[in-house]
Write a protein that binds this ligand. Structure first.
Ligand SMILES: Cc1cc2nc3c(=O)[nH]c(=O)nc-3n(C[C@H](O)[C@H](O)[C@H](O)COP(=O)(O)O)c2cc1C
Length: 214
């Protein structure tokens, strides 16, 4: 670990997460921590682990957070991918952000809902040409015979590369994860970490804060 990381760790382990200071809204608490991680030197702050359920077996992978608001956490993917198919069967998912160096973890549980066509279209248009070509020829999660098959596919894309499409393929787009549960974990000295959870009350409006043993 370099000195800089140690310094960051020290700085954040001195920033407790106490009930008296935690924001009443977990969305605002997330925004506060997210703005802080963006200012730190942590790499890939947008990377989040998305867990889905494949029958009875959990399945996790990293995706990038592309949107955050009171609506939820947005990411984009291939709807025909393994995760897309799993979400059709069971849309209960979990997200995990881990920001090493500042000793913070945020866990979220929620429901994944397809993003509106308009929003997926608008985001698709902002993607780089190479990403749009990739999206149009994506076989995400399908078995390939070998690496050569992937390279052939890339070569076949020349027609797209000459004129990268601006219209979104219908199998590609966004999801919004609407949270029902949050947990904020702050590393503290002597393993006495802070863990505050936010659970949605039965009225679906208010959030109840609880502390868990680390
Ligand atoms: C840093 C990083 C960012 C990624 N971002 C995305 C993303 O935003 N969307 C996506 O579909 N896959 C993304 N991936 C690839 C996924 O982790 C995964 O391999 C892919 O979506 C296929 O997952 P599935 O077969 O479970 O559907 C990313 C991988 C890494 C390591």
């Amino acid at each position: 670990m370099n000195d800089n990381t140690q310094q960051l760790r020290k700085e954040y382990s001195q920033m407790p997460l106490l009930e008296s200071e935690a924001l009443a809204s977990p969305f605002e608490q997330f925004e506060l921590w997210f703005n802080q991680v963006l200012k730190s030197e942590i790499e890939e702050p947008y990377a989040m682990v998305l867990s889905t359920i494949n029958n009875l077996t959990p399945s996790s992978r990293v995706v990038l957070l592309r949107e955050f608001s009171k609506e939820g956490f947005g990411f984009f993917t291939n709807y025909n991918s393994a995760k897309g198919i799993q979400i059709v069967v069971n849309n209960h998912v979990a997200l995990n952000f881990f920001w090493p160096g500042i000793e913070r973890q945020i866990r979220v549980q929620g429901i994944a809902i397809k993003q509106t066509e308009e929003k997926s279209d608008a985001y698709f248009k902002t993607r780089s040409e190479i990403s749009r070509v990739g999206d149009w020829t994506s076989l995400q999660s399908k078995e390939l015979k070998n690496r050569a098959e992937l390279e052939e596919l890339f070569m076949l894309n020349t027609k797209y590369k000459l004129e990268p499409p601006l219209t979104r393929p219908d199998y590609w787009g966004g999801y919004i994860v609407k949270p029902t549960y949050f947990e904020f974990w702050q590393g503290r000295p002597n393993h006495m970490h802070d863990r505050l959870t936010y659970t949605l009350e039965e009225n679906n409006l208010e959030w109840k804060i609880k502390r868990l043993a680390p």
